[in-house]
Design a protein around this ligand. Structure first.
Ligand SMILES: [Zn+2]
Length: 443
């Protein structure tokens, strides 16, 4: 079994007591953490990392994203949401090929590893190609093939049966690093009969469900008019929440919605940078969710077309700042809570329950951050420095399942140079090709 010995690190364990360790060692054996604290000096290890002045913490789990949307980074700027979606994103995506999805996800994987993410919850198309990237990169993921359920003539991607075929083929692949789940787009796109079918399949194959929920007051009003229920009430009636559910966004909730989500243990993922960038109002703040008894709140980057990066340290920082600012309360969301949302709650949402805490016997999914830099001194408070001063580029080492994916900022599992060039070439081609189609159509 391969062993890694990390020496002299400061450790943010994120255990239940919030234990911090100074000048501690971590010994990793195989996929697990064997020892934290003092490692016997005669220990033999395959790799020794001198981490003096570095902080070790659990790796990030990005709990809602569309990784291949790296292709649209910076291509749909400063537009209102309907124009952003209809004139740019869907136009570009209609030219997307399975190979594009592979290279877009590979670009995202480089970026995620470089900024300390070990696992991501992806919701997109051609997900067998994203699964290949997960397999090669050493990352972990929960993958959902997004489906609309609106009929063969309008459908993008497969129907429910093809979705199941993908999910069953890839469930627990890559030594268990790949989890799959069902990905109906949302209750505002998918008809109720289709959602019912998804619920049946989730029961039959014991699968989680990842979808977009209540992104705006308008969606809530439309749902009330059409179905006589809020989106959360409707999903509850349909039985969606009887399965592990990740409800992305959930920005406009009633007190009844909150009570349902708390009782059913639904995971909510917030992606604050998208809300600010696309100017989407947050009707129900994180503190209100917590006050209503919702404990499973995770964080994500969303797609790089609306963020426009996948740096979870930026997400953590913006989550905390936004909550304090909108509540006009500096105590609204402590840094330690936001870090747990971005690591252990995300890991649980994706079904990696042994990750998200640095403790003996737990899965070795961890990162090192170099605090030997001016913006990270003095070290009065390691968590505060991490949340409010650190950047993704300060991450030096990333370990997933006990395997190094990045050492001293060099990626070890992916050919980064080739991915940068190939992804950009294809992204340029995708938008040009498609803008030509739009011109032809208009002519
Ligand atoms: Zn999304």
């Amino acid at each position: 079994m391969a062993t890694i010995w990390i020496k002299h690190a400061d450790v943010i364990t994120l255990n239940e007591h919030g234990t911090l360790l100074h000048d501690a060692d971590i010994l990793i054996e195989g996929t697990r953490i064997k020892t934290i604290g003092t490692v016997p000096p005669d220990t033999q290890a395959d790799e020794i990392i001198n981490a003096a002045g570095y902080v070790a913490l659990p790796g990030f789990f990005n709990a809602h994203c569309h990784a291949p949307m790296t292709f649209e980074r910076g291509w749909a700027e400063d537009l209102p949401f309907p124009r952003w979606l209809n004139e740019k994103i869907w136009v570009a995506e209609s030219a997307l090929t399975p190979d594009d999805v592979y290279w877009g996800a590979a670009l995202a994987a480089c970026e995620m590893i470089r900024s300390g993410t070990v696992g991501f919850n992806d919701h997109y198309f051609h997900m067998n190609r994203v699964a290949e990237v997960v397999e090669q990169s050493g990352l972990k993921a929960m993958l959902a093939w997004c489906t609309f359920g609106i009929g063969d003539d309008k459908e993008i991607g497969p129907g429910a049966d093809a979705q199941i075929a993908f999910s069953r083929e890839w469930q627990n692949a890559a030594e268990g690093r790949i989890h799959t789940c069902l990905g109906p787009h949302s209750p505002y796109v998918c008809p109720p009969e289709f959602l019912k079918k998804i619920v049946e399949l989730a029961g039959q194959y014991d699968m989680a469900i990842h979808l977009h929920v209540a992104e705006s007051s308008e969606q809530v009003e439309n749902s009330q008019q059409r179905h006589g229920q809020t989106p959360v009430e409707q999903l509850n009636t349909l039985g969606v929440f009887e399965h592990r559910t990740i409800a992305a966004h959930s920005l406009a909730l009633t007190p009844t919605d909150c009570a349902i989500l708390a009782e059913k243990g639904v995971f909510i993922t917030r992606t604050p940078i998208t809300y600010m960038k696309l100017a989407m109002p947050i009707r129900t703040l994180i503190s209100e969710l917590r006050a209503a008894g919702i404990t499973r709140i995770a964080l994500g980057s969303d797609g790089p077309a609306s963020n426009a990066d996948m740096d979870m340290l930026a997400v953590v920082r913006q989550t905390v700042l936004l909550e304090k600012y909108l509540r006009v309360d500096p105590e609204a969301l402590p840094g330690d809570t936001a870090l747990r949302m971005a690591t252990q709650t995300g890991a649980q949402a994706l079904g990696f329950n042994e990750s998200g805490v640095l403790a003996e016997g737990r899965t070795a999914d961890l990162i090192l951050v170099n605090f030997n830099q001016p913006h990270l001194r003095p070290r009065h408070d390691l968590v505060a420095n991490l949340v409010h001063s650190a950047k993704g580029a300060d991450v030096t080492h990333v370990i997933s399942d006990g395997k190094l994916l990045m050492r001293d900022r060099i990626l070890l599992t992916l050919d980064e140079k080739r991915i940068l060039d190939e992804a950009e070439r294809r992204a340029f081609r995708m938008v040009n090709q498609n803008m030509n189609q739009v011109r032809e159509y208009q002519a």
